[in-house]
Write a protein that binds this ligand. Sequence first.
Ligand SMILES: [Zn+2]
Length: 258
Amino acid sequence: MTDFYTENGIVYCAALSGAPSLIHGFSTRLGGVSELPHTKSLNLGYNRGDPDEVVDENFRIFKEKLGITGAVLVSAHQAHTKKVVYADGSSVHFENVDGFVTNKPGVALLVKTADCQPILLYDEKARVIGACHAGWRGTVAGIAAETVAAMTKLGADPKNILAACGPCIDKCCFEVGDDFVDTVAYFSDEFLQFVSKENGKYHADIKAMNRHILMCSGVPEENIRVSEECTCCDPGKFFSHRYSKGLRGTMASVIMMK
Ligand SMILES: [Zn+2]
């Protein structure tokens, strides 16, 4: 049994879908109008080679499929930081931010990825949501923990938070170098348990790292769902920075309270 399912080119987490007042989803590369080989077809990133009108149309399609056409969509220029902001909808764009939290219905939090892990968080009791972009730098810096902490400030209780960790590069494809291992160890030796060595090459398990960080933040293990899909193993379904050597479109993940 899998906790994630795909509908109309959007990946949902079943654990979050049980909440009637919540909308969430992770885009794939399916269902859009981009025609370039590397952006085909639902590219949700500007400056990836598509004319802006094409990306606008992809956003329109994605929002319509999700049912958030009237939402205030909040996003950021992401920079692999651990910076989280409170989004009340008065600003729709932030610079050098990688996580958002809100308690405002109608404010949709959006993170963009193409191998990094998108993490969507929800405390139904407190009516607080969070979203973050966790590449390996943001992961080891603690972006997931910072997002949980920011939700807690808004009244959320970590033990009530449900976490949906979306499709990202898995350890099968995430070969890393000595610099990665050194950096990870600098943040915490604990992370080294998620780096394995196969045939002389290091492989990192970013999914396990973020699960560990969420659990250390007080989110119960049974509340954490992690997509088993690997973006790099399935370039027909996902945009993958590593698979495409950087020439790729961008996917988006969204969470919003109705
Ligand atoms: Zn893989």
